[in-house]
Design a protein around this ligand. Structure first.
Ligand SMILES: Nc1nc2c(ncn2[C@@H]2O[C@H](COP(=O)(O)OP(=O)(O)OP(=O)(O)O)[C@@H](O)[C@H]2O)c(=O)[nH]1
Length: 233
């Protein structure tokens, strides 16, 4: 199922024998077709139709921007990418879901396996921002309690058409206690940071010793944004 915006490589969870999305610390390095990895986890991209979920995934995976006519995702699609978190190879299995309401029952079925959710709105669409509370309600109903959530205000390159201020995104994220950043699939701003923060959080969860302080993804993101200079409003 899914549009052919990009070629699929292998089936979900096929490469490590684990159920889709189940984060598993591997005892030995595993192979994902051509790449080896130490642990794998499932990341889902969710949010209204047209906010840029597919473009964010393509930017992260291929470093390119899908411009041209907008083709809505049908159902669900996925791609894998192995990233290096301080010597640990983390395979991110990234699920791109359809934002359209008619596919909601399909995408809901995948929530419970997700280790992380990247929840997107479009800074040029007030409706997509207003719908974030409903999306967070869905997460509350269907996802695991310890799922990592990151709120992303996408299309921050479109300054002329912006209708949602960065402060509004920050306020909403604070209210729900989730990490936040503005991104642009077009320019690439903060796209790697979003996925790397998720990968780091998941690695820390798996490797943290009982006496070590908990890793806070929101604090990490704030620190990194200060260092790299986040997208301006
Ligand atoms: N300016 C700008 N346009 C973007 C950005 N990201 C996506 N777009 C455009 O927004 C439109 C929708 O992008 P998609 O990635 O297909 O949206 P989606 O969220 O996957 O949509 P559904 O598959 O329907 O859920 C396309 O025309 C993209 O070119 C961005 O960061 N900046």
């Amino acid at each position: 199922m899914g549009r052919e915006k990009f070629p699929s490589s292998s089936g979900p969870g096929a490469s490590n024998g684990a159920p889709p999305g189940e984060m598993s610390r591997q005892t030995s390095r595993q192979h994902s077709l051509t790449e080896t990895y130490d642990m794998s986890c499932k990341v889902m991209l969710i949010g209204d139709s047209g906010v840029g979920k597919t473009c964010i995934l393509v930017r992260f995976k291929d470093g390119t921007f899908l411009s041209g006519s907008f083709i809505s995702t049908v159902g669900i699609d996925f791609r894998n990418k192995v990233v290096d978190v301080e010597g640990t190879k983390v395979k991110l299995q990234i699920w791109d879901t359809a934002g359209q309401e008619r596919f909601r029952s399909i995408t809901r079925a995948y929530y419970r396996d997700a280790n992380a959710l990247l929840l997107l709105y479009d800074v040029t669409s007030k409706t997509s921002f207003d719908n974030i509370r409903a999306w967070l309600g869905e997460i509350n109903d269907y996802a695991q309690d310890d799922v990592v959530i990151m709120l992303l205000g996408n299309k921050c390159d479109s300054s002329g058409n912006r209708v949602v201020r960065k402060e509004d995104g920050e306020r909403l994220a604070r209210e729900y206690g989730v990490a936040f950043m503005e991104t642009s699939a077009k320019t690439g701003v903060n796209v790697d940071l979003a996925f790397m923060a998720v990968a780091r959080d998941l690695k820390m969860k798996k490797t943290r010793r009982p006496n070590e302080p908990k890793f806070c993804v929101a604090d990490y993101v704030e620190q990194e944004k200060k260092q790299t200079g986040c997208c301006s409003s």
